[in-house]
Design a protein around this ligand. Sequence first.
Ligand code: SF4
Length: 239
Amino acid sequence: MNYSEDELLPISALADIVFCERRAALHRLEEIWQESVSTIEGHLLHDKVHTGEGESRGEVRIARGLRLRSLRLGLSGVADVFEFHRLEEGMEGIVLPGVSGRWIPFPVEYKRGVVRHEESFECQLCAQALCLEEMLNCHIPAGALFYGLSRRRKDILLTNELRHVTEEAAVRLHQVVNAGVTPPAHYEKKCKKCSLLAQCMPQLAGKHDSVRDYLGRTLKSLIREEYATSSRPNAVTCR
Ligand code: SF4
């Protein structure tokens, strides 16, 4: 079964759900966003990449800000960079308009910081490849993550295992959004680097609370306390 255009969810939300289901729900269901120095740096890096022109470097053509979508996975988004590498004669690949030969697409996703292993980044990259594979009816075997601070690129093989994890994450993302229920908080090591830490309150929110539930309960208890204080008889009552 394919999704309709109206049901498409952002590829960035897929990265969220791989990192933490609650984070994806806080963004998509509770519309809680929090900018931090790192998220702003990330936006600036992506803006810079997207506004660059397409270019040619030897046997590589570079497209920036390519719009992507997959009706099969129910995802859409914009790729930072798609390189197209020229293939040797006789090899299977796609045709590019106005250029001779056969080409193979190679997605490159820009990230801030230094080279590291983040499954959510790899799934995001893989989702971009899966979208373009569906759009162009082709196979994309690999891509790369480019880390802005260290200016280093890490090649990622789009293995069957990574494809499977990515497809499962897309299904889960739609399930969480359709269910409309924010999963409970579990405080883990990764929470320390989550930009929603202050809003999520994983150590306080309790096992079954959404942030709204928690804030609502806290507010009710404050009102109760205030009412109890104001209705308490004074030490001296004038009649
Ligand atoms: S703070 Fe932790 S539990 Fe809360 S959204 Fe972030 S990663 Fe998830």
